[in-house]
Design a protein around this ligand. Sequence first.
Ligand code: AMP
Ligand code: GLY
Length: 433
Amino acid sequence: MRVLVVGGGGREHALVWKIAQSKEVSKVFCAPGNAGIEELAECVPIQPTDLDGLLRFADKQKIDLTVVGPEAPLVAGIVDLFESQGLAIFGPSKKAAEIEGSKAFAKYLMDRYDIPTADCVVFEDADEALHYVKTEPLPLVVKADGLAAGKGAIVCHTREEAVEAVQRIMVDRVFGDAGNKVVVEEFLVGEEASVLAITDGENVVTLPPSQDHKAIYDGDKGPNTGGMGAYSPAPVVDEEMAERVRREVLEPAVRGMALEGRPYRGCLYAGLMITEAGPKVIEFNCRFGDPETQAVLPVIEQDIVPLLYGAAKGKLGEGPQDLQAAKWATCVVMASGGYPGSYEKGKEIRGLDRDFGENVIIFHAGTKRVDGKIVTAGGRVLGVTGLGNTITEAIERAYWAVGKIVFDGAYYRRDIGQKAVRRLQAQERRNRR
Ligand code: AMP
Ligand code: GLY
């Protein structure tokens, strides 16, 4: 098979890395890719939102399967376009991608199909939203309805914060049309986890659970980012919880989407809060997570290409089992100083040519090659994944490799994976008693 991966971040590097290992695959292309992806795939300079350009390329190059990384082309309808031309593509249709593209739609779906989530109210009018956040008990979470690059949800502990959040989204329109509506919801208490599932619109195959680290600073402090690191599997989702996530969240969501006339094919990402009462959905995404994918794919031993192709064709069948983790992985994101605010680009990255051995994988995100050197080209620059037989080993290997890589202003969190370590230690103490 000739496979095209759309996107150019760390998630796409992980997808290309995994897909290139498949014995079904003879050639991988990536649009636009990055300096790391170049080593594994032929990169072509077409932007993920240039749907016509991607279609022309896939057609001319006789691509057998296109796999879409980011949400923007999915929400813009790339799957509908490719399928109208008879091309196989992994991802949800435009109408199905609304599960991420509109939080109000996702909330409607969860309400209608009894999927556990935070209680919420949706507002189209700024004054009504302001009145509401001035009177409801705190904390509250204020969210822009549309896409906001992971930055559209604001947890508000004070009235001032809640009023400012509504103002910024609906009046100042810092996220543009994504702020036509706001969702104001109850604050959930628990530990977060991400469960990714591959579905053909009917059958669901789950991937090992993972945990993202969204805040910029250690201890989950500071503003949210696209994600500063991840590990997999996530012990907070044990076998029993995984079964509940499947039964209470994933299966009803897939069934609900079919009943709504929006059959969902592709990767369904459930962003969850694991509460005392069980799993509750914080958000659905219509794609693989970033940086979760850089931790999840390396722990899976199976070939995922038959699953991606089966899902794209709407024929996963009853056969495939959920994918299990064969080891542990921790991905530490190295970012440009200043991210998620403004930052400089074009800093030379040193140390990448070293042999890190088979237990470290360096996934590139915002990098590019200039005059033979690899330089920074984005906020999140690298995702350094360490593998091990324990979470501690995976963490140590990731941070050992991070210590060998240098660029001006490099910033990374030092506590990726520590929640898992603490949870496992507490479990062990309980077992000994
Ligand atoms: P979202 O953009 O909806 O994924 O939200 C981004 C982040 O805000 C989440 O990963 C959580 O850390 C936090 N968050 C969102 N909604 C809630 C909620 N209802 N309760 C507690 N934290 C939340
Ligand atoms: N890591 C969060 C996301 O992919 O949306």
